[in-house]
Design a protein around this ligand. Structure first.
Ligand SMILES: [Zn+2]
Length: 335
C-alpha cells in the first residue's frame, strides 16, 4: 500500500510506493535490460498483464475480442496509486489529510493508474504507430480520463515516457494515466496564475502568449486549424515544445474525432522531427489537464520534451533549470 507524504520543509508531496521495488528493471537504467524476451505488451502476450480495462478495434470502438485489439488499456501491475475497494479516492479525513504522524501529514494513495498500449506490435516510439493506432490511442486517453473522473478523483495526469532515460521501464511504447485525490502545488499554482490572469485580462494567459508568438513567429514551429506548436519562451529543457489548442477548442475529453485526429497527427509529426533532429532521444509527452473541478473553465495543453540533460545539483536545489539551447534556435531547427 502506497501513501502520499507531505514534506513541510520543501513543500513537496511525495508518493512512497514500496511495491514498485518488485519491478523487474527498477534501478537498472540500461536499455539492454529493458529488452525483455517476453514483452507483456505485445499481441499474443495478453496473459502477462492484468485483465484489460478496455480494448479498441481499428474503428476506435470498444471491443470484447481480446485477440484482435488495436489499442488496449490495462491496470498498472506496479502502481504508485491504486483504487482500493470501498474508498475510491476518498481522502482519509475531511480535509484531505490523514490523522498524521506527529508533525507529518500524509494521504492514502487511492487513485487510478493505468497503461494505454497503443499497438500490439513491438514499437518503441509514438512515431512508429500507424495513424490509426495513434488516433485510437487518443480516443482511449479521452475515455480513461473521463472514467477516472467518475471515481471522484481530483486530477489526472496523462503522460508517455519513451526510452529508459525518460523513465520507461518497458520498451514497448505505452502511455500512463495516473489520477489521484491530490492536486500538487505545481498544478494548484498553475491554475491560480491562470485565474488571476483571466480576471485581469479576460483571456487565458496561454492564449495571449500564443497570439504573441504568432505575431513574432520566432518560436512558432507549426500551426494547424486548431493548434499551435511553439517552443515556450522560458523552455526548461532544450527542444521543449507545447501544443496549444486555439481559444474555443473544447476541453480535452469533449474534443471531436476531427480535433483528436489533428492533435494525433501533430504529435506524431513533432516526435518524428525530434527523432530526426536529435538522433532518437528519450522523450516525455505530458497532457497538462486541469483538475477535474476546473475542467470546464481552465485551458489544457500538451508538452513534449527530449531528455538531453539530467537535473543536476543546481536544478534540484533551486528548481531553476539551465537550458543550453535557446528556444528560438530550437524552433528554427524544428521548422
Ligand atoms: Zn512489445
Amino acid at each position: 500500500m502506497s501513501d502520499i507524504r507531505f514534506d513541510p520543509i520543501s513543500g513537496h508531496w511525495v508518493t512512497i510506493a514500496p511495491n514498485r521495488n518488485d519491478r523487474p528493471v527498477e534501478f537498472v537504467p540500461s536499455e539492454r535490460v529493458i529488452k525483455r524476451l517476453l514483452c507483456p505488451f505485445c499481441g499474443g502476450n495478453e496473459s502477462e498483464t492484468p485483465a484489460s480495462l478496455a480494448s479498441y478495434d481499428k474503428e476506435g470502438n470498444q471491443t470484447d475480442h481480446e485477440e484482435s485489439w488495436l489499442v488496449r488499456v490495462v491496470p498498472n501491475k506496479y502502481p504508485s496509486f491504486s483504487v482500493v475497494g470501498g474508498n475510491n479516492g476518498t481522502p482519509s479525513t475531511a480535509n484531505g489529510q490523514a490523522p498524521g504522524n506527529g508533525l507529518y501529514e500524509s494521504l492514502s494513495a487511492h487513485g487510478v493508474q493505468e497503461l494505454i498500449i497503443p499497438t500490439a506490435d513491438h514499437h518503441v516510439s509514438l512515431s512508429q504507430l500507424t495513424p490509426t493506432e495513434s488516433l485510437v490511442a487518443m480516443y482511449a486517453y479521452r475515455d480513461r480520463v473521463v472514467a477516472a473522473g467518475e471515481e471522484g478523483l481530483a486530477h489526472a495526469m496523462l503522460f508517455t515516457n519513451c526510452r529508459s532515460s525518460a523513465g520507461a521501464s518497458l520498451e514497448h511504447i505505452h502511455t500512463q494515466l495516473i489520477a489521484s485525490p491530490l492536486i500538487s502545488d505545481a498544478v494548484t499554482q498553475r491554475v491560480a496564475r491562470n485565474k488571476l490572469y483571466f480576471q485581469n485580462n479576460h483571456q487565458h494567459a496561454i492564449h495571449a502568449l500564443t497570439k504573441w508568438e504568432h505575431d513574432h513567429a520566432d518560436r512558432v514551429v507549426a500551426v494547424t486549424e486548431n493548434f499551435s506548436l511553439i517552443c515556450p519562451y522560458a523552455s526548461r529543457f532544450a527542444f521543449q515544445t507545447w501544443i496549444v489548442p486555439n481559444e474555443g477548442v473544447p476541453r480535452f475529453p469533449m474534443c471531436s474525432a476531427a480535433i483528436m485526429e489533428e492533435l494525433s497527427i501533430l504529435l506524431q509529426q513533432q516526435v518524428t522531427k525530434l527523432e530526426s533532429v536529435l538522433d532518437e532521444p528519450a522523450y516525455n509527452v505530458l497532457f497538462h489537464l486541469p483538475p477535474y473541478a476546473e475542467m470546464e473553465t481552465e485551458p489544457w495543453y500538451v508538452e513534449i520534451f527530449p531528455r538531453l540533460t539530467t537535473a543536476a545539483g543546481f536544478e534540484l536545489g533551486t528548481d531553476i533549470w539551465v537550458n543550453p539551447v535557446a528556444p528560438e534556435m530550437a524552433a528554427r531547427r524544428l521548422r
